[in-house]
Design a protein around this ligand. Structure first.
Ligand code: SAH
Ligand code: SF4
Length: 382
């Protein structure tokens, strides 16, 4: 990676900013849409490929801007070949994870599908921070500490990496969904996350429908309120994990700043303003938050709210003291919620078998003991 400090990260510029840059170079404004088409529609990764730009402009772009805010240093595929996880390094040496999750639209493995394979959904899960300051004790990222926020360009570059990869595989629409659910708390720097959502939805850039994008927060009420102000159709997910403040203070420590009463009020306001349902994520931990009484308490907390609960059997991590709930208990928990008319999905996390649970590839590559799985091959990428 040869990114100098003077170089502008082109992916960190919105249309207005790119126009300002192009005008300051005394270039005609129509160059902006030409450049954006190459970057976000044609998905090229070099200035040389931008064949309708004059040679001199390409040279100036190459010299004064960059597209290389992320360098792939490791990748890992799930045994079924549907999930791929990438570890990127940035100019300051820090690393960040991104995951591509693909879902078959018909039974069968990619090996016996046509080319390109019969894959209905191609979702990329992106990170917003290096580490995470929230510090949830069951989460690998939370336990790794916190370094910094990603820049807008680094958030966008994660999506473009997998969009390019899927385009090479032959998909006319390379990605169908984006989930902002990787490392970090996306609402801590709301502005960066919102600008990334704009880059994904802006027709001049990625042009994805807002309803295909989901942002997950540990419960940053200020961020939820800022999202309400945007009148956006993006999906909101809340990492609930506990039905009462005492337990949630421990499992999702941001609860001490934004207790459940405030969080639930923000969720109700969100539904009222957007008429969109809120998704609650609930990682089931053996003997911690998975009793039928706690399921009742969740049902009570969510009663009357337009919502959906994703039940996720915990993916145990190296540093965490918690274990996954037994399946029987998971089903019982789900039954209690369903009986209270709360819709649920039992989500067997895509890619958990390749440690897609938040922050785990990073731990593996950057030093911690591998969480081994005999089906998994860790390939260094040059
Ligand atoms: N920081 C944001 C988004 C990223 S985490 C948030 O917390 O919402 C995405 C989801 O994975 C969150 O619901 C998070 O609580 C959950 N998660 C983290 N570690 C997990 C683990 N070990 N097992 C299961 N879910 C986990
Ligand atoms: Fe941060 Fe989300 Fe992990 Fe909690 S679960 S530490 S908020 S990334």
């Amino acid at each position: 990676m040869n990114v100098t400090e003077k170089q502008i990260d082109l992916l960190s510029l919105d249309t207005h900013e790119l126009t300002g840059l192009i005008q300051s170079w005394n270039e005609p404004v129509y160059r902006v849409s030409q450049i954006q088409k190459w970057l976000y529609h044609e998905l090229v990764d070099s200035f040389d490929a931008m064949s309708n730009l004059p040679r001199a402009l390409r040279a100036r772009l190459r010299q004064e801007t960059t597209l290389e805010s992320l360098k792939l240093i490791a990748a890992q595929d799930s045994a079924d070949g549907l999930t791929r996880k990438a570890l990127f390094q940035m100019a300051d040496g820090q690393t960040v994870e991104t995951v591509l999750m693909r879902y078959l639209d018909a039974p069968g493995s990619p090996e016996d599908s046509t080319d390109p394979p019969n894959i209905a959904r191609r979702t990329v899960c992106i990170s917003t921070q290096v580490g995470c300051p929230v510090g949830c004790p069951f989460c690998e990222t939370g336990q790794a500490g916190y370094i910094r926020n990603l820049t807008l360009g680094q958030v966008v570059a994660q999506v473009l990496y997998f969009a390019r990869e899927q385009k090479r595989q032959g998909y006319a629409t390379p990605l169908t969904n984006i989930v902002i659910m990787g490392m970090g708390e996306p609402f801590m720097k709301f502005n960066v996350t919102w600008r990334a959502i704009e880059a994904f939805t802006d027709p001049a850039r990625l042009g994805m429908g807002a309803r295909r994008i989901t942002v997950s927060t540990s419960g940053y009420v200020d961020g939820i309120r800022a999202l309400i102000e945007k009148h956006s159709q993006v999906n909101l997910a809340i990492s609930l994990h506990a039905p009462d403040d005492a337990l949630r203070d421990e499992l999702v420590p941001v609860n001490r700043k934004y207790p459940l009463r405030e969080l639930m009020q923000a969720c109700r306001d969100y539904v009222r303003a957007t008429h969109r349902r809120v998704t609650f994520e609930y990682a089931l931990m053996d003997g911690i938050n998975d009793s039928p009484a706690q399921a009742q308490a969740v049902a009570q907390l969510l009663a009357g709210l337009l919502c959906h609960v994703n039940l996720i059997p915990l993916n145990p991590t190296s540093a965490s003291p918690y274990q996954r709930s037994p399946y029987k208990r998971v089903l019982e928990f789900q039954r209690v919620l369903n009986q209270a008319n709360i819709p649920t999905t039992l989500r067997v996390e895509k890619g958990i078998e390749i440690a897609a649970g938040c922050g785990q590839l990073r731990q593996q590559v950057t030093g911690r003991k591998l969480q081994t799985d005999k089906n998994v091959e860790l390939q260094p990428v040059t």
